[in-house]
Design a protein around this ligand. Structure first.
Ligand SMILES: O=C1C[C@@](O)(C(=O)O)C[C@@H](O)[C@@H]1O
Length: 226
């Protein structure tokens, strides 16, 4: 998966849901951190959609404890042919376990899996310059830099879209979204400004972030605005 164009990711912890996502999504975001035996589920996977594997750590909104096993499991996921991309948090790459995170990225690249380097701010939208700086830092390590922020105002969304547009014009691959109700429309609009990935839950009852649309709705909105 090269993320040359917009990719709609259907998020789930249950790969058996793939048939429900097939009509609308381009890829499955497999939330390994929310699955009971994620590597066994990958072994059994026989769906059509490729997989973006995410094993989100606790301090970045996920369920996975911050131990070495988390990144080892993520690296092991790239050994499955359906796994075409992984998500690694920028904070892990520059944090205490940076060796493990860099090793995981190297392992993914050896298997031709793309790397999404992600940043989440569940509290606020950082200033525009800071959003740009974070994306630049993530681009040093990933094929796509992803920034999900909490929007408190329409102005927050505007500056996130502005950064998205500027990075895209500069030839960079970024994915951006504003979380929460105020920022919800960004999920439909950011692709127009170059955002390469959108996320929606396969099961609308199990959103993986605040403000997500259901999968069919996000597909319809993105296609209608294209
Ligand atoms: O990082 C992201 C983006 C996301 O947080 C969102 O806001 O849609 C949803 C997560 O499942 C995914 O891993």
């Amino acid at each position: 998966m090269n993320f040359d164009g917009f990719v709609l990711a259907a998020s789930t912890a249950d790969l058996d849901e793939e048939p429900d996502a097939r009509d609308h999504a381009d890829i499955i975001e497999f939330r390994m951190d929310q699955a009971s035996d994620p590597l066994a589920a990958l072994d059994d996977y026989d769906g059509d959609l490729p997989i973006l594997a995410t094993n989100r750590v606790e301090w970045e909104g996920g369920d996975a404890p911050d131990d070495e096993d988390r990144l080892v499991a993520l690296a092991a996921a790239t050994e499955h042919p359906a796994v075409e991309a992984i998500d690694v948090e920028l904070a892990a790459i520059v944090g205490a376990r940076n060796d493990d995170a860099l090793w995981t990225i190297a392992h993914a690249r050896e298997r031709d899996a793309s790397v999404v380097v992600s940043i989440h701010d569940f509290e606020e939208t950082p200033a525009r310059e800071e959003c740009g700086r974070l994306l630049d830092q993530a681009l040093e390590f990933g094929d796509v830099a992803k920034l999900a922020v909490m929007a408190e105002s329409r102005a927050d969304v505007l500056h996130l879209l502005g950064v998205t547009h500027a990075k895209t014009e500069a030839g960079e691959r970024v994915a951006t979204m504003a979380m929460g109700e105020t920022g919800r429309h960004s999920r439909a609009v950011a692709p127009l400004y170059g955002s390469r990935i959108g996320y929606a839950p396969v099961d609308p009852e199990r959103a993986t972030a605040p403000g997500q649309y259901d999968l069919a709705t996000l597909r319809e909105l993105v296609d209608a605005l294209r």
